[in-house]
Design a protein around this ligand. Structure first.
Ligand code: ARG
Length: 458
């Protein structure tokens, strides 16, 4: 028996029960579904569409169903198809005719859109909290390592030295944008489709603004066809999640590299590493790798929904039922990744000595040597060529720029003088980059103040 089977002569094929059902997925939306039904019933009564007594009975029934689902004592039946009919059928069993009046002026199409929007809002908010937690971890790691210098890279080749705090804060700002994107997804979800009914609205004198207000929506969706078939808010959430996962994957990749013996910049806490079943010496960055790996499934969810939506004619189509699994999976996956990353960063040991030692390789001060010549009056392009030739000399000799004698330097350019050694000193090279957003300690201090404000403002 289904709530819709009046015009059917035979029951559905048994294999379609499970195939057609979304209950295993949307049962997670039971609170949203019941909240929507409560709001709808209260509105129907306020508008004189059902009696106050019926609304009171509906509310009592819904309360008891919610309590039973919460305690796990509610028996879901796959033949109810989805959470909407599971709750409604049970309501009718519990309170009788008043329960059968609940669906007046409503369809599962506006109901599912309402529930999904409420669910998306909740997930977006929770993810924003998780993002903030990781931002806090990155900021405090940055604060705890002032003055630590490592080789900054381009093309994964040593480029110019940077502060570790500067490097960590780069991820902080990625996450700050993720926070904004999630907030935008929250806003996109924050409009009520309820009252759009199946697709065309309803002739009952409903008050859509009342249910929207009751459910915490900022506004109502102005077009009923759009309201029941729009899933843009889920795409927004899925995209925001994908970009965030990409950021986490980049951070994970650096953790994997940095914890390798070739780098040795970072030692993971035992709490965030694993061993090998055969090689006793191994300490593997499994969880960083898994964060990197899980990015694929988060992207997959975005692709799946984009493809599901493509080519759907107005208005509701059953294809839309495929929207929720990815939403929950993205949220659950990303939430775990954010939390694990936060723990990993908080407990990791950053090896300042290894970072500093790495700075002695790769001519990190080459740009500064050219800048030195520019300060002495040479054009930058000419200075670049001079230092390029000095680097070539070092390559041939197997040494670093700092190993060259003043005579070597002057052999290429007469402008070099005694003060060159100071100009190429690692700390001075870093301290020189005082431009806004640069890596000098003073600039990074300023950046940290901005980061602290960013966290407070959200
Ligand atoms: N279970 C459906 C979904 O998740 C609810 C709406 C079904 N509506 C319909 N007319 N079949 O999308």
């Amino acid at each position: 028996m289904a709530l819709w089977d009046g015009r059917f002569e035979t029951g559905a094929a048994a294999e379609t029960w499970e195939f057609g059902a979304s209950l295993p997925v949307d049962c997670e939306l039971y609170q949203e579904d019941i909240a929507g039904s409560r709001a709808h019933a209260a509105m129907l009564a306020a508008q004189g569409i059902i009696s106050e007594e019926d609304a009171a009975q509906i509310k009592t029934g819904l309360d008891s169903i919610e309590a039973d689902i919460a305690t796990g004592s509610f028996d879901f039946d796959i033949r109810d198809e989805d959470i909407h009919m599971a709750v409604e059928a049970e309501l009718i069993r519990r309170v009788g005719e008043p329960g059968a009046r609940l669906h007046t002026g409503r369809s599962r199409n506006d109901q599912v859109a309402t529930d999904t929007r409420l669910g998306a809002k909740k997930l977006a908010r929770a993810l924003m909290e998780d993002v903030l937690e990781l931002q806090r971890s990155l900021l405090s790691a940055a604060e705890q390592h002032p003055g630590v210098i490592l080789p900054g890279c381009t093309h994964l080749q040593h480029a110019q030295p940077v502060l570790l705090s500067h490097h960590l804060l780069a991820y902080f700002w990625m996450l700050s944008r993720d926070f904004q994107r999630l907030n935008a997804a929250y806003d996109a979800a924050n409009r009520s489709p309820l009252g759009s009914a199946a697709l065309a609205g309803t002739g009952y004198p409903i008050d859509r603004r009342m249910t929207a207000y009751e459910l915490g929506f900022a506004d109502v969706i102005p077009n009923s066809l759009d309201a029941v078939s729009d899933r843009d808010f889920l795409l927004d959430l899925s995209y925001a999640g994908s970009v965030c996962a990409m950021h986490l994957s980049r951070l994970a990749e650096e953790i994997v590299l940095w914890s390798s013996p070739e780098f040795g910049y970072l030692t993971l806490s035992d709490a965030y590493a694993t061993g090998s079943s055969i090689m006793p010496q191994k300490k593997n960055p499994d969880f960083a790798e898994l964060v990197r790996g899980k990015t694929g499934r988060v992207y997959g969810n975005l692709m799946q929904l984009l493809v599901t939506m493509k080519g759907l004619p107005l208005a509701y189509n059953k294809d839309l039922q495929e929207d929720k699994e990815g939403m929950f999976d993205t949220a659950r996956t990303l939430s775990m990744c954010l939390s694990v990353m936060s723990g990993m960063i908080t407990t990791a040991q950053f090896n300042a000595d290894a970072m500093r030692a790495a700075c002695s390789k790769g001519y990190l001060a080459a740009t500064d040597a050219a800048d030195y010549l520019v300060r002495k009056g040479m054009a930058f392009r000419d200075a670049h060529a001079v230092v390029g030739r000095l680097v070539l000399l070092c390559e041939h000799r197997g040494c670093e720029l700092s190993d060259l004698s003043l005579a070597d330097l002057r052999g290429e350019c007469e402008l070099f003088a005694d003060d060159i050694a100071g100009a190429l000193d690692l700390d001075r090279v870093v301290a020189a980059r005082t431009s806004e957003g640069g890596t000098a300690p003073t600039a990074v201090e300023h950046q940290m103040r901005l980061a602290r404000t960013d966290i407070v403002m959200g």
